[in-house]
Design a protein around this ligand. Structure first.
Ligand code: DGL
Length: 265
């Protein structure tokens, strides 16, 4: 029987966005086996209701657990905002972490972030999770749903005048009130980071889910004695529910290396 430590880490998102979290996990936990699931048949999640997302998240985790996952990372803000309690109750034996708590925890440790803009999908912003958590830290919060960002990223359109126009359409008032921090409350949005930095003239601190979540995962593995203590490079597998070829192409471009095979499930 494979010892629990040697089992893979399961990671999922609606599409390629969670690769931003995958990349950071790979960076700080190189010897762990990482199994990534992109639910590309049902992307986007961000315009769907919490009930539907809970069902999708449960199915994704059931698949990853079936592949042997020892822990699961919900690399999706929409699912983290709406489904975390539900999936923790359904899978009480599997440690599950989301992306919202680690970002909030990180911001609670910084006193130079006072005037914060939060962007995310319609469902994440509608859930109010970031707003209430950050307001309780005494921060000033402005929140905005940016539903056109995800399809742009899924199409691989990340540097283009069209992107600049959409950013301006959503975020002109953030620039006007001079936010000091921008929370990318969707794991797809870091792919738009260069365009967002240019839009805010490099004057705004931009934080996304990747580093805080990877650090939280490392802490969780250490705490629960589940770290894979072998040296060497971990295995990686990518699963999608549709459109494997476009995931391989755009995901590979984003990770800066060809993806090993992408398995259609
Ligand atoms: N990347 C996901 C998130 O962080 C989901 C985006 C979507 O599918 O709408 O919210």
């Amino acid at each position: 029987m494979v010892s629990a430590k040697k089992k893979p880490i399961g990671i999922f998102d609606s599409g390629i966005g969670g690769l931003t979290v995958f990349k950071e996990i790979k960076e700080i936990l190189p010897s762990e086996d990482l199994y990534y699931l992109g639910d590309t048949a049902r992307v986007p999640y961000g315009t769907k209701s919490p009930e539907v997302i809970r069902r999708y998240a449960e199915g994704n985790i059931r698949f990853l657990v079936g592949q042997g996952a020892k822990v699961v990372v919900v690399a999706c803000n929409t699912a983290s905002a709406t489904a975390l309690d539900h999936v923790r109750a359904v899978f009480p034996d599997i440690p599950i972490i989301g992306v919202v708590e680690p970002v909030v925890k990180y911001l609670s440790s910084r006193s130079d972030t006072e005037n914060i803009g939060v962007i995310g999908t319609t469902t994440t912003i509608g859930s109010g999770v970031y707003q209430s958590a950050l307001e309780s830290l005494g921060k000033t919060i402005r929140a905005k749903a940016c539903p056109l960002f995800v399809p742009l990223v899924e199409e691989g359109i990340v540097v283009h005048p069209l992107v600049d126009q959409v950013i301006d359409y959503y975020l002109a008032d953030f620039r006007e009130v001079a936010i000091d921090t921008l929370v990318l409350g969707c794991t797809h949005y870091p792919l738009l980071r260069p365009a967002l930095e240019a839009y805010f003239r490099n004057k705004v601190f931009i934080i996304d889910s990747a580093v805080p979540t990877a650090v939280a995962l490392r802490d969780l593995l250490t705490r629960s004695g589940l770290s894979n203590d072998v040296s060497g490079k971990g295995e990686e597998r990518f699963f999608v529910t549709d459109a494997a070829e476009s995931f391989r192409r755009i995901g590979g471009r984003f990770l800066g290396r060809p993806l090993s095979t992408v398995e259609h499930i």
